[in-house]
Design a protein around this ligand. Structure first.
Ligand SMILES: [Zn+2]
Ligand SMILES: [Zn+2]
Length: 273
């Protein structure tokens, strides 16, 4: 039995993803015995099971439980829907006892509501990085299930379409993380998936690493409403992975609203300021 038999091609360590994977490799020190106990380890050996099991790509422990793939059950369970107080409109974390943030009171955003699963930190952040930059596509089902959980627990029923935020033209090849999750979400909700409704016509540097002022102007004129159709009251779920200033969501929601849609935005995580 080959040492790497337990890996699928998706699970094999990826090159070019930077220090994240190097770091993860050095943390892979949890022995199979610690996870399934002494008896289990002996049984595994008797059954001829390789000790070179695939490892959790987040914490490095061996994946020994039924159904564990890419990331272990413990890590999955650490990803929880936030219970922190959020602005009822834009989803920003705000002190307990306050219903809406100052910006929403001053200038209501173009969406009805934005719900973010949790803060962009800890295990959730690592899983998103692994999926988005490590291109571990097999995580799409797990991450898409987080959008579904938000829809079921925090929003009323009745959405008619899922629209992913568009990406730069030159990146429109191969793996498209948000679009991939959007397709799964729409399928699960049995509603339309409309990735071509919005387009991105200006290539922009990633929002991360820019100042707040640069982030706001970076996306000026970047998005367009790409289809000649009126949306007349259509209830749309606009999805993105991570939100920083909310500029992307605001600009995309404004275009959809201008064409008649009622927009609710969903993101997996939001950064703290
Ligand atoms: Zn883990
Ligand atoms: Zn707000």
């Amino acid at each position: 039995m080959k040492a790497n038999q337990g890996y699928s091609t998706e699970e094999a360590p990826s090159h070019g993803a930077g220090s994240f994977f190097l770091h993860a490799r050095f943390r892979r020190r949890v022995k199979i015995r610690e996870k399934i106990g002494r008896g289990g380890s002996v049984l595994a050996r008797m059954a001829g099971v390789s000790l070179f099991l695939p490892r959790c790509r987040v914490c490095g422990s061996d994946l020994v439980l039924a159904g564990e793939k890419i990331i272990c059950r413990d890590c999955r369970q650490k990803v929880r829907l936030s219970e922190e107080n959020q602005c009822r409109t834009c989803g920003k974390f705000i002190p307990a006892g306050i219903e809406a943030c100052g910006s929403c009171l001053l200038l209501p955003p173009p969406f009805l509501r934005h719900v973010s699963y949790a803060a962009y930190e800890g295990t959730l952040r690592e899983v998103i990085i692994l999926y988005k930059y490590g291109e571990v596509e097999a995580l799409k089902t797990f991450l898409a299930s987080l959008y579904l959980e938000m829809v079921r627990k925090k929003l009323p029923a009745g959405f008619q379409a899922v629209v992913p935020v568009p990406i730069d033209r030159q990146r429109r090849h191969g793996f498209m993380p948000v679009r991939t999750m959007g397709r799964l979400l729409a399928r699960e909700l049995k509603i339309e998936f409309s990735p071509a409704l919005l387009g991105k016509i200006k290539s922009t540097p990633p929002q991360v690493g820019l100042s707040q002022a640069q982030r706001k102007s970076n996306l000026d004129g970047a998005f367009i409403f790409a289809q000649k159709q009126k949306l007349a009251g259509k209830k749309i779920l606009l999805i993105d992975d991570v939100t920083t200033t909310g500029t992307t969501i605001n600009k995309c929601a404004a275009l959809l609203k201008k064409n008649g849609a009622q927009v609710t935005a969903l993101t997996l995580a939001q950064t703290r300021f």
